[in-house]
Structure formats: C-alpha cells, structure tokens
Design a protein around this ligand. Structure first.
Ligand SMILES: [Mn+2]
Length: 363
C-alpha cells in the first residue's frame, strides 16, 4: 500500500477550500469517455514517467480508459531502453483519433511553446508542468505549473500519494527515472519535494531496471557526433560552443552539452546541431541563479523557439537553407548574440582540441 505523506504545499488560494490539486484534477475527469496524455516533442523520461503515473491515477481512481502518445521519435538510447523495458505503449501524436467526450492532458510542457505538433481542435483539459517557459494557458480548465519543482514526475508522485493510490513497480520505476534524469546535474535543480518523492518511490521501484536504463548501450553514431563536437568546439572565456553539422538525433545536442559543461575551464556550454531542416540548440550552465531558459529565448529571439529551466535550456531554429554557407551564417549570428549576452562581442575563440598539433604529436 502507498504510504501517506504530509503535503508540504498549500492549496492554491482562490480555489475551493479543502480540495487538493489532485482532487480537483480527478473531479474534472469524472464524466469523460477517455483521457489521452500528450507531452513535448521527443518525449524525455520526465514526460514518459508523468504520462504513465497520471494514466495509472486516472485508471485506478476513476476506471476511465487512458492512452499515452509520443510526439516525434524517441531516439536517445536511455529513453528507448525505458520505453522497451517498461513496455510503454505510445501512440504517435499524428495518428491519434479522438472520440466524443475524450479529453487531452498535457504534461511536462505547455501549449503554444513550439514544443509539440498536436493539432489544436482537441479539448485540452489539463496542463501539468514545471517549465518556466510561459505557454498559452487561457481556457484550460485545470492548470498545475510549478517551475520550482525539479520534475513533473515529482508533481505526479504527489498526486498519487495524496490519493493513496498503490504504485506498482513499473510506475514507480518510470517516475524514479523521470525525476532522476531531471535532478542529476550539478548544481542540482531539485527541491525537498523532489527528494521526498524519490525517497518515497525508491523502495517501490525496480532498481535493476533503473540501472539498465541509465547504462543503455550506445549506437555507433553517438561516438561520431561526439568527435564532430570535439573537433568543432571553441572556447570563448567561460563559454564553450560546439557545432555538429550532421546531428542524426535531436536529443544528442543535450548529450553534448551535458558532457562539455563538466569541462573545468567553462561555466557555459552551447551546442548547435543540424538535424534535418532545423538547427537544434542545447544550453547548460554550471552557475547558480542564472536563467538559462530565458537567456536562450532572448538570444534565439524571432529566429526560432527556445525555453527551459535555470541551468538547462533547449531550442530549435528552422533552417531556410541547409547549404554550408547558410548554416555558417546562422552559426556566426548566434555566436555573436551569445557573446554579446554573456561576454563581449570581441572575445576571440580558442580551439578546444587543436587537431593539427595533436596529430603531429602522434607521429
Ligand atoms: Mn521535465
């Protein structure tokens, strides 16, 4: 049985007193025919865990059927492993057909932030998220957005605890890994509530499966992308910028910056990778108290879309042309904007790996 924990968060003022958020969430779903969960493009473990946790809550408490979806592909090795090992049934968002009385619940993202391809003629009942990126929430009956939390899975775990719903190992494992991936950086973007959720879930989760997901086997192109990034990286004072001309999977930009931000000579890591007809951006910082999401949004401006958290951010710029010169022009413009925002425009870059010297040393 699920244990009951004291809820440290007060009920939002102005709402019916005595009703917890999970009560209100469930109350609005009583008469629906089905609930479909959606998330952002290339759903990550926090999205997947949140959908699975809420689907379990709705099915257990209301006996209403649910569906989970995926927007775009899931490419990252760890995330694919999670889907496979936990047997997650995800319907591609563009294949969804809605029945009368069906509603949609969006997790780990907000409407009109450029992060989904979901069509707009569906009834969006709820948005449950922890991103600072402001979305279009007007007219959404139920909104629970808590940017202070490290993970949306934490919020979902709170709902399950509030409703005293027994959590099966499969659901606990997904929620655990969802929170773990969101709070694993340093400085940690985690609160006591995130740690409380992890503590609660730990005995319930399958630790072997978590370890297997965390250590998923990596495909060949993972190493090719890493080499491209290492060869193209330039250091500008405390910022490192890496360009990848052929990024097979959009999630790899994040993997590059997670790796680069650990370099002891930098506080900021940016990666831009050409993925199809888009330039995918990922930003990390090791600094406290800076808003990486806001910074990336300002730098990208009208060129594309961006957003994120305090230390982690991502974005995307549609390419009007994928010729080398067009991509180089865009890279130069982004570099200029970043240097202006963080350092000074005249800062000269230094190669991370001076390749010619390195090859000479090998001879
Ligand atoms: Mn998240």
């Amino acid at each position: 049985m699920a244990r009951r924990c004291a809820d440290p968060e007060p009920v939002t003022s102005g709402k019916p007193s005595g009703l917890r958020r999970s009560d209100r969430f469930l109350a609005g779903l009583k008469d629906v025919s089905r609930v479909t969960f959606v998330s952002h493009v290339q759903p990550d473990p926090d999205s997947l865990g949140s959908m699975l946790g809420l689907a379990h809550l709705v099915e257990h408490e209301l006996g209403i059927p649910t569906r989970m979806s995926r927007d775009g592909l899931i490419n990252r090795a760890e995330n694919k492993e999670m889907v496979e090992l936990l047997d997650l049934d995800l319907i591609p968002v563009d294949e969804l057909e809605f029945q009368p009385g069906e509603v949609v619940v969006m997790v780990d993202s907000q409407p009109n932030t450029g992060r989904h391809t979901l069509c707009c003629d569906v009834l969006l009942y709820a948005v449950i998220d922890h991103h600072t990126t402001p979305g279009d929430l007007e007219g959404v009956p139920f909104v629970d957005v808590r940017p202070s939390l490290g993970a949306t899975c934490t919020l979902v775990t709170r709902y399950l605890i509030e409703q005293e719903v027994p959590i099966p190992a499969r659901v606990a494992t997904a929620l655990t890994y969802g929170i773990e991936t969101e709070v694993s950086g340093f400085p940690r973007e985690a609160t006591e509530v995130d740690d409380g959720a992890l503590q609660f879930l730990f005995p319930l989760a399958d630790k072997n499966i978590v370890a297997q997901i965390r250590n998923a086997r990596l495909p060949h192109h993972h190493f090719e992308v890493l080499l491209q990034a290492l060869q193209s990286s330039f250091i500008y004072d405390r910022l490192i910028i890496s360009w990848v001309n052929n990024l097979p999977q959009p999630e790899q930009a994040a993997e590059i910056v997670d790796f680069m931000v650990r370099f002891d000579k930098v506080d900021w890591a940016l990666c831009g990778g050409v993925c199809g007809d888009k330039l995918v951006l990922s930003l990390r910082t090791s600094l406290h108290g800076v808003q990486a999401g806001d910074l990336l949004r300002r730098v990208v401006g009208k060129l594309g879309k961006a957003g994120g958290h305090d230390r982690r951010a991502g974005g995307c710029i549609p390419l009007t042309s994928t010729t080398v010169s067009a991509v180089e022009d865009l890279q130069a413009e982004l570099r200029r904007r970043f240097l202006k925002a963080l350092l000074n425009e005249d800062c000269r870059g230094q190669r991370l790996v001076p390749l010619r010297e390195m090859l000479q040393n090998l001879q």
